[in-house]
Ligand binder design. Structure first.
Ligand SMILES: C=CC1=C(C)c2cc3[nH]c(cc4nc(cc5[nH]c(cc1n2)c(C)c5CCC(=O)O)C(CCC(=O)O)=C4C)c(C)c3C=C
Ligand SMILES: [Fe+2]
Length: 434
C-alpha cells in the first residue's frame, strides 16, 4: 500500500497505538462510544514512555580493599545469580577470576562499547545503547563451598563456609540452590543489571554456567546521611531494614560484616559471608490476616515500623525494651524481631547486615501469586550470624506465611585493589604457595 493510499484508509495502527495507548485503541474497537462529557482527557502525543528520570551516571567504584555492593547503599534493583564454574586447574580459575573482574570493572565504570563489525556478533548486547551507563551498578562476587572441593584449593576454604542445609520450614528446590560462584548485581534500573548479567554470561561462557537467578526490587529510597540504606517495604507491607546495623559505621561493619584474620585463612581477610535465601510469601493468606495479628507476628507497627512497645510518636528507629516486657505482653516472645534479635549482651554477636529485594515472578501453577523476598545478608561469621539467627527463628508464627525455596552460602573475597589486581587474587596466591 502506498503512503497516499494509507492516509486515505484512515489512521495507521502505529498512530492509533501512539495516540491512544494500546488498551484504549483496542477498547475503541469493541466498546460503544461514550458520551463526550464522560470521555477521559484527550490523548497527547507526548504520552509516550519517558526516559528514566535519573542521569544513570552515578558510579560506585569497583576497585577497593572491600567489594562493593555490601555496605554501599542499596539501589532499587537487584539480581542474584549462581553459577557452576568450569575450571580444570588453578590457572583456569585464575583466568576466569581475572576476566570476571575485568568485565565487572568496565560495566561498573561504564563507557562506549567496542566498534561494530557487521561480520561479527556485536561485542555488546546493545541493551543500554552504544554507551554503557554505570547507573550505580555494583557487582559482588562470592565463592561457594563446592568450589573449594577442587583438589587445587584443598585446605583453603574460609573457616565457616558450609553448604546450605535445609531448615525445618524449608522446601528447597534443587534448581534454586547452591553454586560454585554467586554474583549479586545491584543498580538503579533492572536493565542495567540484566545488561551486566548478559555481558558476563557471554564473555565468560567458557568458565561459567548459569545455575539459577532471581530478580528483585525495592521501592527507591535515598541513602541516609551516613551512607546507610534506609528501610523499604517488603511484599507483606512492612518496613524492612529498620533495625539493620548502620552500614555507614565503619567500625561496626568491621565487627559485623568483614572478616578479620582471626580464625580465617590469611587470604580471606577483608571478605564477608553472604547468605542468600529465596523465601516465597503466601501473600493471599497474609492479605486475609487481621492487621493486629500481622503486627504481633513481626512485633512492629505496620504503618510506622515502630516497635509495639512504643508510644504514639514512636518511630521505626526506636529500640524496643524487652527487659521491661519479660512476658511478651507488648512484643510477643515469638515475634519475628524478638526472636531474630533478643537484644541481650550475648546476641550482639549475632548481628547481620541485611540487603534484601522483593521478587514477583507471575503466577504459580496453583493460581497463587509467586512473590516473596530475596533475603541476602552479610556477616563476618556465618555460624554466629545467619545460621544462629535462622535457628532462633525456626518455628516462628511467620512461618505460616513464608516458605524458603532456595539460596546458598557464599564467601565474598576481599576487593580488587586496582587494574593490576582481581577479585580472588589472594586465594590464587595462597593456593600457589600451599
Ligand atoms: C535469618 C535471618 C532472617 C530471615 C530469613 C528473615 C526473613 C524475613 N524477614 C522479614 C521481615 C522483617 N524482618 C525484620 C527484622 C529482622 N529480620 C531479621 C532476620 C531475618 N529475617 C533480623 C535480624 C531483623 C532485625 C531484628 C532486630 O534487630 O530488631 C523486620 C522488622 C524491621 C527491620 O528491622 O527490618 C521485618 C518487617 C520477612 C518478610 C522475611 C521473610 C520473608
Ligand atoms: Fe526479618
Amino acid at each position: 500500500m502506498t503512503a497516499e493510499l494509507k492516509q486515505k484508509a484512515g489512521p495507521s495502527r502505529r498512530s492509533l497505538l501512539m495516540g491512544l495507548g494500546v488498551g484504549a485503541a483496542a477498547g475503541a474497537l469493541i466498546r460503544p462510544a461514550r458520551p463526550a462529557a464522560a470521555a477521559v482527557s484527550a490523548p497527547r502525543v507526548d504520552d509516550a514512555p519517558r526516559a528514566h528520570p535519573g542521569s544513570m551516571q552515578g558510579r560506585v567504584p569497583f576497585y577497593g580493599a572491600r567489594q562493593a555492593g555490601i555496605t554501599t547503599p542499596r539501589p532499587a534493583n537487584g539480581i542474584i545469580a549462581a553459577f557452576d564454574v568450569v575450571a580444570m586447574s588453578l590457572d583456569d580459575l585464575e583466568r576466569m577470576l581475572k576476566a570476571l573482574s575485568a568485565r565487572a570493572a568496565f560495566l561498573t565504570a561504564g563507557g562506549p562499547v567496542a566498534d561494530r563489525d557487521p561480520k561479527l556478533p556485536p561485542a555488546d548486547s546493545g541493551i543500554l545503547g552504544p554507551v554503557v551507563t554505570p547507573d550505580d551498578l555494583t557487582i559482588t562476587i562470592g565463592l561457594g563451598a563446592s568450589l573449594f572441593a577442587r583438589p587445587w584449593l584443598a585446605g583453603l576454604a574460609p573457616a565457616k563456609l558450609t553448604r546450605m542445609v535445609e531448615f525445618p520450614n524449608d522446601a528447597l528446590d534443587p534448581d534454586l540452590c547452591h553454586g560454585d560462584l554467586s554474583i549479586q548485581f545491584c543498580a538503579n534500573t533492572q536493565d542495567t543489571n540484566i545488561h551486566a548479567l548478559r555481558d558476563i554470561v557471554k564473555n565468560l561462557s567458557a568458565f561459567l554456567v548459569l545455575r539459577w537467578m532471581v530478580e528483585g526490587s525495592v521501592p527507591p529510597v535515598a541513602a541516609a546521611a551516613d551512607g546507610s540504606t534506609p528501610s523499604a517495604r517488603n511484599f507483606l507491607g512492612f518496613r524492612d531494614g529498620s533495625a539493620n546495623p548502620a552500614s555507614g559505621d565503619a567500625a561496626l561493619m568491621d565487627r559485623v560484616v568483614w572478616t578479620s584474620a582471626a580464625g580465617e585463612p590469611g587470604w580471606a581477610r577483608g571478605g564477608s559471608y553472604q547468605a542468600v535465601r529465596i523465601i516465597r510469601n503466601m501473600v493471599e493468606r497474609w492479605d486475609r490476616t487481621p492487621l493486629a495479628e500481622q503486627e504481633r507476628i513481626f512485633g512492629r507497627n505496620k504503618v510506622t515500623g515502630a516497635p509495639l512497645d512504643g508510644g504514639p510518636g514512636a518511630t521505626e528507629h526506636d529500640v524496643p525494651d524487652y527487659a521491661a516486657d519479660p512476658e511478651g505482653a507488648k512484643t510477643r516472645l515469638d515475634s519475628h524481631i524478638r526472636l531474630a534479635n533478643p537484644r541481650t549482651p550475648a546476641s550482639a554477636a549475632n548481628l547481620i547486615l541485611r540487603r534484601p529485594f522483593n521478587y514477583s515472578r507471575g503466577v504459580m501453577k496453583n493460581g497463587q501469586l509467586d512473590q516473596g523476598l530475596i533475603f541476602i545478608c552479610y556477616q563476618s561469621d556465618l555460624e554466629q550470624g545467619f545460621i544462629t539467627v535462622q535457628t532462633r527463628l525456626n518455628g516462628e508464627p511467620l512461618e505460616e506465611y513464608i516458605k524458603p525455596i532456595g539460596g546458598g552460602y557464599f564467601f565474598v573475597p576481599p576487593g580488587a585493589t586496582g587494574e593490576d589486581d582481581y577479585v580472588g587474587s589472594s586465594l590464587i596466591q595462597a593456593a600457589r604457595q600451599a
